[in-house]
Design a protein around this ligand. Structure first.
Ligand SMILES: Cc1ncc(C[n+]2csc(CCOP(=O)(O)OP(=O)(O)O)c2C)c(N)n1
Ligand SMILES: [Mg+2]
Length: 559
């Protein structure tokens, strides 16, 4: 619903909150924000929605708002924007801000602040100090006359620094009068070419000496739009391809796609990775998970190409680091290889293609399903067959993640989000709000544990209120399964007794879903799978599937 208020003309004087709302829409192309109202931002949101016809997804907590913005930014590549009110509204965002920093997502968080001259205000806290502890950027609105410039700076910095930037807006400035002016566009400075020919030559020499190379692509390769170039390069060097978890789906459809490279690789991929003697990585930071704690990289020649020098060799020593635009470097390698007429290697024989084509997840494990519990791997692999091919997936954090990470596919990296950069549980539903807003034509599937769900069930209601196509699958072992198994491997005096500190007698989760305005269904055994598929097919509101799982079952992760 929008009031029929004519937007002020360009020259008119207006309140800072009105000017900021207008600039968001007209100068920065923002159509959707995620927010929770309070004294510091409510007039800005009112203007954004009712004068400038933006959408504000009103979440139930501020972390949900920032995570929603993160999901939206991730799924679109556009700026994710959140707005929160001063003090506790702002401190509620801390975990989500850290997630944004670690996930390298450009975000704008407009935070109201208390009156500058009122340090004893109930909501007063040093919002700059809080922000800096999260390693997010901070831009202070310095004066009403600088507010629009400060906004433009915050937006520019969010993209340049690839992290959340907090725009701190004291309440007295928001209500001051200002003359509206559009920001002068800053010419985009093209980064100087850092293409490093000597390193490229050295990389090709290392590749030339390798017999069994694998080409690995990360999110940086996706952002550089390098898929096609890397596919050509892989063919030239005779390498199968793989992606980091974050770039899941990048090579979808390639007959030599090994899928995820890392601790969550398929059995076939793990076997091929073990055998490889060279990894050539593009736009992948080679973190602990990708490296499978070192096991996937040890003893191999490593070539790492990244446009950020800081990403090279962060954790594991590399044989050659090449700093440069990922696609340009790959293209240059292709040209040099073609010119040199180098003999092709073949670490992607027809037999590998056949094995990959015949891949069957059910060959990888013994199903542990019983009459009253479901094996999470079986359920996920079956769900993968039944969900529409075009789906978005957001996972939460816990032992259950092995199931979606290994057995759920997506079509492209923007459809996959595991907001686990800070290892926080409870981040999925908030993030999924943003993904579902951004990609309304496909369902957004959250895969959560029961503990994670109980940390943020409230945002399920936000999905209901905004009619989002959300399917929440809870792999419910009535426990913090991670800690349950950590206890069993710990030096607790009585590990079995200790596990009782991790188990819960939760209320019925399907009931919770219904009382929050959605639908809920309990899956007690594989016999209930058909009913679950039907519920998915006939969903007309957010749906929660409560899938009963045995906490003691061994699923190949943390057990
Ligand atoms: C905010 C937060 N609190 C606590 C933890 C520690 N922790 C990690 S996993 C986990 C349990 C997750 O439970 P659940 O979502 O049910 O997943 P499960 O491990 O049972 O599959 C806990 C408590 C954390 N990572 N983040
Ligand atoms: Mg659990």
């Amino acid at each position: 619903v929008s009031l029929d208020v004519t937007a002020p003309t360009k020259e008119s004087a207006m309140k800072v909150h009105t000017a900021l709302a207008r600039a968001l829409v007209e100068d920065h192309g923002v159509s959707t924000v995620f927010g929770l109202l309070g004294g510091g931002n409510m007039l800005l949101v009112d203007d954004f929605v009712h004068r400038f016809h933006g959408t504000c997804v009103r979440t139930t907590r501020e972390d949900g708002a920032v995570l929603g913005a993160l999901g939206y930014g991730h799924a679109t590549g556009a700026l994710g924007v959140a707005t929160v009110s001063p003090g506790p509204g702002f401190t509620n965002t801390v975990t989500a801000l850290v997630e944004g920093v670690r996930n390298r997502t450009p975000l704008l968080v407009i935070a109201g602040d208390t009156h500058t001259l009122d340090p004893r205000n109930l909501h007063s806290i040093d919002q700059k100090a809080v922000t800096l502890s999260t390693e997010a950027g901070f831009v202070q609105v310095r004066d009403p006359t600088t507010a629009l410039d400060d906004l433009a700076t915050a937006v520019r910095r969010a993209f340049e620094e690839r992290r959340p930037v907090v725009l701190n807006l004291p309440v007295e400035y928001a209500g001051a009068d200002v003359e509206y002016t559009s920001p002068t566009p800053r010419p985009v400075e093209k980064a100087a070419s850092t293409e490093d020919t000597a390193s490229i030559d050295r990389a090709l020499e290392v590749l030339g000496n390798a017999e069994k190379p694998i080409l690995l692509a990360g999110w940086g390769a996706f952002e550089a739009d390098a898929t096609e170039t890397l596919t050509t390069l892989a063919e030239l060097i005779g390498a199968p391809v793989a992606t980091t978890m974050k770039a899941k789906g990048l090579f979808r459809g390639s007959p030599v796609d090994l899928g995820t490279f890392g601790g969550m690789s398929s059995d076939i991929a793990t076997e091929v990775i073990r055998e490889a003697d060279c990894i050539v990585a593009f736009g992948a930071s080679l973190n602990t998970w990708t490296a499978a704690h070192g096991a996937h990289l040890d003893g191999k020649a490593i070539i790492q190409v990244d446009h950020l020098p800081d990403n090279i060799g962060i954790l594991f020593p590399v044989t050659v680091g090449v700093v440069g635009d990922v696609r340009a470097v790959a293209q240059s390698m292709i040209e040099k290889l073609r010119a040199a007429d180098a003999p092709a290697k073949d670490f992607r024989p027809r037999a590998l293609e056949e094995r990959l084509a015949a891949y069957n997840p059910f060959d990888e494990f013994e199903d542990t399903s019983a009459p009253d519990v479901v094996d999470i791997r079986t359920f996920m692999a079956r769900l993968n067959q039944h969900l529409p091919p075009d789906r978005n997936v957001v996972t939460d954090g816990g032992r259950f993640v092995i199931a979606p990470m290994r057995y759920l596919d997506v079509r492209e990296p923007r459809s996959w989000l595991a907001p686990l950069g800070f290892g926080s549980m409870g981040t999925a539903i908030g993030s999924a709000l943003g993904v579902a807003m951004a990609k309304p034509d496909a369902p957004t599937v959250v895969v959560s544990g029961d503990g994670s769900l109980m940390m943020s069930p409230n945002e399920f209601n936000t999905a209901v209120r905004y009619s989002l196509d959300l399917i929440v699958v809870v792999l419910n072992d009535s426990a913090y399964g991670s800690e349950y198994h950590l206890f069993l491997h710990s030096d607790s005096a009585d590990p079995q007794l200790a596990t009782t500190l991790t188990t819960f007698d939760w209320p019925d989760l399907a009931d919770i879903a219904r009382s929050l305005g959605g639908d809920g269904l309990t899956v007690r055994s594989l016999d209930d799978l058909d009913a679950a598929v039907k519920a998915i097919e006939s969903r007309d509101r957010p749906l929660l599937l409560d899938v009963k799982v045995d906490p003691a079952a061994k699923v190949g992760f943390m057990d």
